[in-house]
Write a protein that binds this ligand. Structure first.
Ligand SMILES: NC(=O)c1ccc[n+]([C@@H]2O[C@H](COP(=O)([O-])OP(=O)(O)OC[C@H]3O[C@@H](n4cnc5c(N)ncnc54)[C@H](OP(=O)(O)O)[C@@H]3O)[C@@H](O)[C@H]2O)c1
Length: 377
């Protein structure tokens, strides 16, 4: 297992980290982790070089932290750097910070965390916790030795990223980066220039870059000089970038753990050939050519007077076209459509066209909403 150094923390982490968000489950129940399988998988990963575990308060309905606490018994805690995240949505006042943090330590059954992240920061959640004094709270935890490093995980645009990263002396940040979401490289570069180490989440887009691939992409991979699985290509594209310090994968089977361990034995930066880089650009283009609506989720169109979540509708529609062979996105849309209250699906659109004046991409939103309803509804 190749390692890379986290600058501030001055520690060597395995280039592959274990994300405890997609553990094996029983009877399709997300909150019911198959503890026997999950324990074997995570301990096998640690025994074979993984030294970084990432979990969070809400994963597996709150049970991921408890499971990790059990897995790290019998000497495993000392072998890993442990990260969990503050669920900012659950915070209503300053006292909630420590209430939840103490609950997390108890669930994990540990005395301290190596890294503590503010979970899923976006403009709204950042503004809320910032005003409530989260930075003081983090400083206090550090002073008390309850956490060693602090950071945030992120889901919003570049401007918000800059606002957050410039607001504090962060040690790390966690961003969604993969060959499809390659525009996140601007965040990677900005953070690295500031000395903030970048940890990557969703390296395979939660499995979308691996499962049910379009035929054109399978052909490109099959024709490559060196044969690699789609997962290995996705990881290879990432570890080739020396600024990426650690890549988290939410492995759900022992086979995936074993394959990914093998892949990361060869995780050498700048090892991709020119030919491979061209192929990965072609693969990305196949996906991009399937984009149906050129929406960038800039949110300028929002709020819709009738409640439609316009960017979410177009993201789901594009995902359906690019990664939707298994009907996952259609099913998701139809579940939303069945909600009785606060409905935000495309069928709620009355065609008032108020939003169209605000769209920088000049999308005829009212007409495209009809397409969404026709194809997904
Ligand atoms: N902070 C945040 O807001 C946030 C958000 C997302 C994720 N995360 C963290 O980042 C971690 C990584 O993200 P992720 O779980 O989305 O990672 P990911 O690697 O993009 O997706 C994991 C999925 O990819 C597939 N996969 C992985 N290895 C494979 C292999 N060798 N062969 C075939 N398929 C393979 C599996 O899908 P199938 O089993 O379905 O085939 C697996 O469930 C998470 O587990 C979590 O800890 C954090």
């Amino acid at each position: 297992m190749k390692k890379r150094k986290l600058t501030y923390a001055n520690i060597e982490v395995s280039t592959l980290g274990f994300g405890a968000m997609r553990l094996p489950i029983i009877n399709g129940d997300y909150s019911l982790i198959d503890e026997t399988k999950a324990t074997k998988m995570i301990r096998h990963a640690i025994d074979n070089g993984i030294n970084y575990i990432d979990t969070a308060y809400p994963y597996h309905g709150g049970n991921s932290e408890i499971l990790i606490g059990k897995v790290l018994k019998n000497g495993y805690r000392e072998k890993v750097y442990l990260t969990t995240k503050l669920p900012c949505g659950n915070i209503k006042c300053y006292d909630d910070f420590s209430k939840i943090f103490n609950e997390q330590l108890k669930k994990l059954d540990v005395k301290y965390l190596d890294i503590y992240l503010l979970h899923a920061m976006n403009k709204k959640s950042w503004s809320k916790v910032h005003k409530l004094g989260v930075l003081d709270f983090l400083d206090n935890l550090k002073e008390q030795g309850k956490i060693n490093q602090v950071g945030f995980s992120f889901h919003d645009n570049y401007e918000v990223f800059i606002e957050i990263i410039d607001s504090y002396d962060w040690d790390v940040c966690q961003i969604q980066f993969n060959y499809f979401d390659s525009e996140a490289e601007n965040m990677l570069n900005y953070a690295t220039d500031k000395g903030v180490d970048v940890i990557v989440m969703e390296p395979l887009r939660g499995g979308a870059l691996v499962n049910d691939l379009p035929e054109e992409i399978t052909t490109l991979f099959n024709n490559a000089t060196t044969k690699r699985s789609p997962a290995e290509w996705g990881f290879r594209w990432l570890y080739n970038n020396e600024k990426v310090k650690l890549i988290l994968s939410g492995m759900s089977t022992m086979e995936q753990v074993k394959e990914n361990l093998k892949t990361f034995d060869n995780a050498v930066a700048n090892s991709m050939t020119k030919e491979e880089k061209i192929m990965m650009k072609e693969v990305t283009q196949v996906f991009k050519d399937k984009i149906l609506v050129p929406c960038t989720s800039c949110q300028y169109c929002m709020p819709c007077s009738y409640g439609v979540n316009i960017p979410l509708m177009f993201t789901t529609y594009n995902n359906y076209s690019m990664f939707g062979k298994s009907d996952k996105y259609k099913k998701q849309y139809q579940a939303w459509e069945k909600r009785e209250e606060n409905r935000f699906t495309a069928d709620v659109c009355v065609g008032c066209r108020e939003c169209e004046e605000k769209c920088p991409q000049n999308i005829i939103i009212s007409e495209r909403m009809l397409d969404v309803v026709k194809d997904l509804g």
